[in-house]
Design a protein around this ligand. Structure first.
Ligand code: URA
Length: 211
């Protein structure tokens, strides 16, 4: 696992908020608010190194060549449904981003992810594409989502999550070594039914108040 492939953002604010999110008695409202805050902090990291250019502007004092983002608007892709929790916060920081959605379910017989929805912005090949899903667990759905994005033309993809399991990171690295992963924490392992340990439970249920 090279550092370039996996970036665990070890920032005090992120780690403090993540601990509050992990606690089982944290309410849905607080969980959602914390996720929004952490996603903004993670967005800062996942957008590091974006191409820049300059534009000529006039400050009240004088003219200058000031830095500004270059290239086409980036694409945020939410892997449904829990991805929407990360998406909201990232969009607040990058309001002009284009947005897409990937919906996958697990076939109970083959245990493989099956696509039920896919909608992505145009010209994916010209954009930085950031796929978001809070939990990188087995990695199967993340790999399938990235497969779909590549098939749709994406060549420059980053993956943003809140928690990752070593198994999921390994699966992603084997299938998509060109896709860097940014996460708030790398947990110990998966349990028998694919939940991240110690984790925070089912991210979708916790953010939407379902069981
Ligand atoms: N999805 C979740 O929401 N939680 C896990 O622990 C694993 C996958």
């Amino acid at each position: 696992m090279t550092e370039q492939h996996l970036n665990v953002v070890d920032h005090p604010l992120i780690q403090h908020k993540l601990t509050l999110m992990r606690e089982k008695d944290t309410s849905t409202a607080v969980f959602r608010q914390l996720l929004r805050e952490i996603s903004q902090l993670l967005a800062y990291e996942v957008t590091r190194g974006l191409p820049m250019t300059t534009k000529r502007i006039e400050t009240p004092m004088m003219e200058m060549d000031a830095p500004t983002l270059d290239g086409k608007k980036l694409a945020l892709i939410s892997i449904l449904r829990a991805g929407n929790g990360l998406l909201d916060g990232v969009l607040e920081l990058i309001p002009s981003a284009r947005v897409g959605f990937v919906g996958l379910y697990r076939d109970e017989e083959t245990l493989q992810p099956v696509q039920y929805y896919f909608k992505a912005p145009d010209a994916l090949e010209d954009r930085l594409v950031i796929a978001v899903d809070p939990m990188l667990a087995t990695g199967n759905s993340s790999v399938a989502a990235i497969d779909l994005l590549k098939k749709a033309g994406a060549t420059n993809i980053r993956f943003l999550c809140l928690l990752a399991a070593p198994e999921g990171v390994a699966t992603m690295k084997a299938a998509h070594p060109d896709v860097p992963i940014v996460t708030a924490a790398l947990d110990e392992k998966l349990n028998d039914v694919g939940y991240i340990m110690p984790g925070l439970g089912d991210a979708g249920d916790r953010m939407f108040g379902t069981k």
